[in-house]
Design a protein. Structure first.
Length: 166
């Protein structure tokens, strides 16, 4: 068996596109996961295995694929909870090498935009990152975050009632 280049989630770039294409160009994440699992022989241990955060390893990889496809303009993410192929995505048919190249281009752009001078993030670190996918991460514990923000704001008001903010 040949080891493919790049993080393991790169292998899901084209299956995500194929799933969306087959599902009418848009679908909920669960529909995409089911479509891929049924048609691509995803090992049961990957579907049942979880990250340290409790997310399915399979869903985590597909979520990262979606993230990179969205950054490449192949998937539109304007509507929360629905993945939609763009016109560019409808035409896409990525080989693994093309998917890897797309990953490298976007990933290297993040390093230039967000990294410290001289800082590099290896592909292995990206692949082994045990984090929620970016789309889902933003919505985890949203109620708790809002409650904490209200508490902080109240504390500021109580602690400095005569303070003037400019």
């Amino acid at each position: 068996m040949t080891k493919l280049k790049g993080p393991k989630f790169v292998q899901y770039f084209q299956p995500v596109i194929d799933a969306l294409r087959d599902l009418g160009s848009s679908a909920k994440p669960r529909e995409v996961y089911a479509w891929i699992a049924e048609r691509h022989g995803v090992p049961q241990e990957e579907i049942e295995g979880t990250t340290k955060g409790g997310q399915s390893k399979f869903e985590n990889k597909v979520g990262w694929a979606r993230f990179y496809l969205a950054k490449a303009g192949l998937i539109d993410t304007e509507q929360r909870g629905v993945w939609v192929l763009t016109e560019k995505g409808r035409r896409a048919n990525l080989s693994h090498d093309e998917a890897y190249s797309l990953f490298r281009t976007i990933h290297d752009g993040f390093q230039r935009d967000e990294g410290e001078p001289g800082e590099t993030v290896t592909e292995k670190a990206v692949d082994e990152a045990d984090t929620s996918t970016p789309d889902e991460k933003a919505y985890l514990n949203q109620d708790a975050i809002q409650e904490e923000l209200v508490r902080i704001l109240r504390d500021i008001t109580v602690a400095a009632p005569s303070a003037v903010f400019f």
